[in-house]
Write a protein that binds this ligand. Structure first.
Ligand code: ADP
Ligand code: MG
Length: 685
């Protein structure tokens, strides 16, 4: 139960003045549903603007406040912009321009013949001076005083800066008094403000100490929660599993294990023999051979008379893993089943029976394998593939499935830098597959301009003529999924004209059956070219594919590009990756693409990507997209996470039950950042 003193913070935004039903959706889009969210909706930046007597005193590009007289309203075309034509004190013309629905309110704010003060960025459109969507329109200059340094918030359609600022102010007015949870020595050394003051300052002006303190809070909450998971796991007793090797001996692998694979298997074997449940992450680049490590772990469980389950993030991957495991384990006599949300009726019933009576040893599937209706006779090992797709909360749910907490092996192919590993998987022990199986050829990577698409198509034709297969990945921008799909469909249509039935398309909005059918045609070799959005990102294994084309490569993260590139170079033939780039690229974007050409080491790419993105970051801009954080930026994660981690460890060592006065404060922190599963473990254990 959440402590009462946080109740005000978790009140719904509807309780604020001015938040009616119409604004709920726009607020929700920004993740703002409770006062707490508003308090932590920190400004993206601040604008400083200058009051000028007339437009002659201003420069284009500057943020200004100026008085104008409204002359005329102009609506150009049906969907064109709405322009309010106005004049400054010298008779200079200013077009105040609105797009879309904003024009309705513009008519009311700026009636013809009236004098108004407008605040915003002065632009030029041809010869015409203009101001697009002013930040403020006021009837007198006094209403704009005190706005010289103003926060700029992330918005969604239907919201304006003043509105959001007003809601934030209301939320800040209701901040409760909370005890300090930061270690006193650190708090003094950093000269950080207290929690309340930090929130208020961070909204008022660019205030580095305040932002750091708030970021640190979030990092500390995360580290604490992960450490509580770890401590609680240690205190539990699971089933020690020792295998005699009789099944692993029957594995007929067409290759010898790499040193890294042997080492990882030994580490896993050691963990599984303990009664404290294993909590281990297997980190290994695409193609490093995680599947056979997972299979070995599962066979240990079966040798010891127990069952194992493998969770995959998608239907396609579950099917592929099932097929691979069936093949690898063919000689062992182990019973392997597949269970996904799409299995219904008799087939499903028979799998459920088999899991219950123990006749099935291994099951592979999507989250369907952990639904309430699924019971196991003796589940003792859970393998989670592509761990980053699942949160810690979900993982804890899985752990409740066995009679005793099962051993957990999590796997990820996303090579993330060490600091982020700590942030995301701080509760786990890590095994690293840092050695690729021998005989892999380097993948030639080239960065080329989009204009050369025709050449790329010729290259593709040559590959296909040689009996090879290829991928063509279309760009993906999450805010506009429909547009992405449209782009992928257009590319597909164009390539289909050239290659006919050899081309298949896979994207995120297709029906699962259609997606699987297309994937099967490609992996079966009937289709030669797979056009896709990033749905092929994880796990797909088609060794005959030797060409990867990625459109607008600059839009992808390096980790993602690396994973995509890893789809080729899986067989013995020479493979090529072509990164198609747009023309206007920032220096950072160029550098990032160049790195892709320089190295194929995923861990190095991850470290350098963090460096490039983190370093180029402005104060407080949150680009922490693929981290579990909303407040802390990449740069802050790098700088402050190690501190938070050590601090959390010390606190747990001294006061594992969080019962002392600092412990009490830390509990509040966990609730504040909704890591309360950490606290719940305290109660349970
Ligand atoms: P990951 O899941 O880590 O991306 P996989 O387990 O799919 O990688 O393995 C990639 C490919 O490498 C598979 O075709 C697999 O059979 C092969 N492979 C795995 N281990 C070895 C090894 N030690 N030597 C040669 N090939 C291997
Ligand atoms: Mg894999």
């Amino acid at each position: 139960m959440r402590p009462e003193r946080l109740n005000d913070l978790f009140k719904e935004v509807q309780t604020l003045d001015g938040v009616g039903p119409k604004l709920l959706r726009p607020l929700e889009k920004l993740g703002l549903t409770r006062l707490r969210d508003l308090a932590y909706h920190l400004p993206d930046r601040f604008v400083e603007r200058r009051a000028v007597p007339d437009l002659d005193a201003a420069t284009v590009g500057e943020n200004i406040i100026v008085a104008v007289t409204v002359r005329e309203h102009r609506q150009s075309g049906g969907r064109g912009p709405f322009r309010v034509m106005a004049e400054d004190a010298l008779g200079n013309s200013l077009a105040i321009t609105y797009f879309g629905r904003a024009s309705y309110s513009a008519k009311k704010l700026l009636p013809t013949g009236t004098k108004r003060w407008v605040a915003g960025r002065l632009d030029q459109y041809g010869q015409q001076l203009q101001m697009v969507h002013p930040d403020h329109v006021a009837e007198n200059s006094a209403m704009l005083s005190g706005q010289a340094c103003e926060p700029v918030y992330a918005l969604s359609e239907g919201l304006t800066q003043p509105r959001v600022a007003g809601f934030v102010a209301q939320a800040l007015a209701q901040l409760p008094d909370l005890p300090e949870w930061i270690e006193p020595g650190l708090f003094d050394r950093m000269k950080w403000p207290g929690w309340q003051e930090a929130l208020r300052s961070a909204h008022a002006a660019p205030h580095a100490e305040a932002r750091d303190r708030l970021a640190y809070d979030e990092l500390l909450a995360n580290s604490l929660a992960l450490m509580l998971v770890r401590a609680s796991n240690r205190s539990q007793s699971g089933t020690p599993l020792t295998g005699d090797g009789h099944l692993r001996d029957k594995l007929q692998l067409p290759f010898a294990l790499t040193g890294a694979q042997k080492r990882s298997i030994a580490e896993i074997e050691g963990d599984m023999a303990q009664s404290a449940p294993m909590l281990r992450l297997l980190q290994g680049d695409v193609g490093s051979g995680k599947t056979v490590v997972a299979l070995s772990a599962m066979l240990i469980a079966v040798e010891a008379g127990a069952q194992a389950a493998m969770l995959a993030p998608t239907e396609i991957l579950a099917r592929q893993h099932h097929a691979t495991l069936m093949q690898m384990a063919a000689g062992t006599g182990v019973e392997i089943a597949l269970l996904t949300g799409r299995d219904k009726g008799r087939a499903r019933e028979s799998v459920l029976m088999g899991l219950l009576d123990g006749s099935i040893d291994l099951v592979v599937g999507t989250h369907a394998i952990f639904q309430d209706t699924v019971s196991y006779r003796n589940l003792a090992l859970v393998v989670i593939d592509e761990q980053h797709r699942f949160g810690v909360g979900q993982r804890l749910m899985l752990a409740r499935k066995g009679r005793r907490p099962p051993h957990t092996l999590a796997m990820t192919a996303t090579p993330i830098p060490r600091t982020l590993t700590l942030a995301q998987y701080g509760e786990m022990d890590v095994s690293k597959l840092d050695e690729l199986p021998p005989g892999r050829q380097a993948i030639d990577t080239a960065v080329i301009s989009m204009e050369r698409v025709p050449e790329v198509v010729e290259r593709l034709a040559a590959q296909i003529a040689e009996g090879r297969q290829a991928y063509w990945v279309c760009p993906m921008v999450h805010e506009h999924e429909t547009e992405d799909i449209a782009a992928a469909e257009a590319r597909f249509a164009a390539l289909k004209e050239r290659f006919g039935a050899d081309v298949v398309l896979v994207h995120g909005q297709m029906k699962p059956e259609d997606k699987d059918a297309a994937m099967e045609r490609f992996s079966g070799g009937q289709a030669k070219l797979l056009v896709a959005t990033t749905v092929i990102e994880v796990g797909v294994d088609v060794p005959n594919a030797t060409l990867m084309v990625i459109e607008q490569a600059e839009r992808f993260g390096l980790a993602q590009l690396h994973q995509l590139r890893g789809r080729v170079g899986r067989g013995s033939a020479k493979s090529v990756c072509l990164l198609l780039r747009s023309d206007a690229l920032s220096e950072t974007a160029k550098r990032r693409l160049a790195l892709m050409r320089e190295t194929q080491d995923g861990f190095r790419l991850a470290e350098e990507d963090l460096e490039l993105r983190g370093g180029g970051e402005l104060l407080g801009t949150r680009q922490s997209g693929d981290t579990p954080f909303n407040v802390a930026s990449l740069e802050q994660i790098q700088r402050l996470l190690p501190l938070a981690h050590d601090d959390a460890r010390l606190l747990i060592e001294r006061d594992g039950g969080l019962e002392g006065s600092r412990g009490e404060a830390a509990r509040l922190l966990l609730y504040l950042f909704e890591r309360d599963w950490g606290v719940q473990l305290l109660r349970g254990g």
